[in-house]
Design a protein around this ligand. Structure first.
Ligand SMILES: [Zn+2]
Length: 326
C-alpha cells in the first residue's frame, strides 16, 4: 500500500513539474480551435501564434492544412474580440489545379474612417513547415491586432490573413478586386508582412515617392533602439519580372504600401532571396525549403526568431497607434 502511494505521489509530482508547452493546442475535442494565454512580451505573444502555424505545418494554397490554419486564425481573432469575416475565392494554379481558399478579415474601428490594412498570407510553400514564410508574418499581424483591440487608433484598421499567395497572389488579388472606387480612396496605406523571422537583417521597403510611413517606421525604430533598415528603390520582382508579394494588387490600385521582411540583400545575387549565410538553409534560403521549420531556426540561430518577432510587432504597433499620413 505504502509503496503504491509513494509511486502515485511521484507520478503526480512528475506531472505537475512537466514544463508547460508554448505550443498552442490547435483544436479541442469538440473541434473548436483554441489559442493559449494572451500575455508576455510582444515577441512572446507572436511566438505562440508562430508555433501554432509551425505545428500545422506546410499549408499549400487551397490545401486542408491551409484551411486548418484559417480556422486557427479565426479563433485567434475571436479571442481578441474580433468577429472576422471570410472572403472565399476560387482560382486556378500554375499546374491547372483548382484552388479554393479564403481571406480572413478582422476590422478595428478607428478615429477616422480612413483605413490602414495590415496583411499577411497564411498559406505556405510545400516544403518545410512554413514557419518563416509566412507563419511569422501571420504571428506579427495577430499579435499587433491583439495589442490594439481595445486601444484608440487614428485609422480604422483591417487585419487580413490572405489565402493562396504562393500559388499566385490570389488572396490579395481577390480582396483588391472586390473593392469599389470609394473604398480604394479610403485606404491610406497597405502594410505587408512576409517572412519576417529568419533573415539576417530586418527591413522595411516602400516606393520612394510614397515613403512617409517607411521613413516614420525607420525613425521610430532607430529612436527606440531597433535596427530596421531599407533598400532604396527596392526591386521585389522575380527573375521573370513579376512582382512577388501581396502588395502588388494594392500597388496596381494606386495604394501606398510598405513591406516588412527579414532577409539579407548583401548576400548571393543581392536580390533579397539569400536570407542567411549560404552554409545554412538551401544555400542561404530558408523559405520554400525544408529548413523553413521553427526547430531548425531556433537551433541554428538561437534567439533570432524571438528578437525579430519582437522588433516587428513593436514597430508595427507604434505605427498603428501613432503614425498619421501627412
Ligand atoms: Zn511569403
Amino acid at each position: 500500500m505504502r509503496k503504491i502511494s509513494i509511486l502515485v505521489l511521484f507520478a503526480l509530482l512528475i506531472g505537475a513539474c512537466a514544463p508547460l508547452s508554448l505550443t498552442p493546442q490547435i483544436t479541442t475535442e469538440e473541434g473548436t480551435p483554441v489559442v493559449v494565454d494572451y500575455g508576455g512580451t510582444n515577441g512572446e505573444i507572436a511566438r505562440r501564434y508562430l508555433a501554432a502555424m509551425n505545428e500545422i505545418g506546410a499549408r499549400w494554397s487551397g490545401s486542408a492544412e491551409e484551411a486548418e490554419a484559417g480556422q486557427y486564425i479565426v479563433a485567434a481573432f475571436a479571442q481578441m474580440g474580433y468577429a472576422s469575416e471570410f472572403q472565399p475565392f476560387s482560382a486556378t494554379g500554375d499546374e491547372g489545379e483548382a484552388i479554393d481558399s479564403a481571406n480572413i478579415i478582422a476590422v478595428k474601428e478607428g478615429d477616422s474612417s480612413k483605413v490602414i490594412i495590415v496583411g499577411a498570407h497564411y498559406d505556405s510553400g510545400e516544403e518545410g513547415r512554413g514557419a518563416d514564410d509566412n507563419g511569422s508574418g501571420v504571428a506579427v499581424m495577430l499579435a499587433a491586432a491583439g495589442l490594439v483591440a481595445d486601444a484608440p487608433t487614428p485609422y480604422t484598421l483591417y487585419f487580413i490573413a490572405f489565402g493562396a499567395e504562393e500559388a499566385g497572389l490570389f488572396g490579395s488579388d481577390a480582396f483588391v478586386s472586390a473593392l469599389g472606387a470609394g473604398e480604394i480612396q479610403d485606404i491610406v496605406l497597405f502594410i505587408n508582412l512576409d517572412s519576417v523571422s529568419a533573415g539576417d537583417i530586418a527591413y522595411v521597403y516602400s516606393p520612394e515617392n510614397e515613403a512617409e510611413a517607411r521613413n516614420w517606421a525607420m525613425d521610430w525604430a532607430g529612436t527606440n533602439g531597433y535596427d530596421l533598415q531599407t533598400i532604396r528603390n527596392v526591386d521585389l520582382s522575380d527573375e521573370d519580372g513579376y512582382t512577388t508579394g501581396d502588395h502588388a494588387a494594392f500597388d496596381q490600385a494606386g495604394i501606398a504600401w510598405i513591406y516588412f521582411e527579414a532577409t539579407n540583400w548583401n548576400l548571393g545575387d543581392q536580390d533579397g532571396y539569400t536570407q542567411v549565410d549560404t552554409q545554412y538553409g538551401e544555400e542561404g534560403a530558408i523559405i520554400h525549403a525544408r529548413y523553413d521549420d521553427l526547430d531548425y531556426l531556433d537551433e541554428v540561430f538561437p534567439g533570432r526568431v524571438d528578437q525579430r518577432l519582437d522588433l516587428f510587432v513593436t514597430v508595427l504597433h507604434a505605427l498603428l497607434t501613432q503614425f498619421q499620413m501627412p
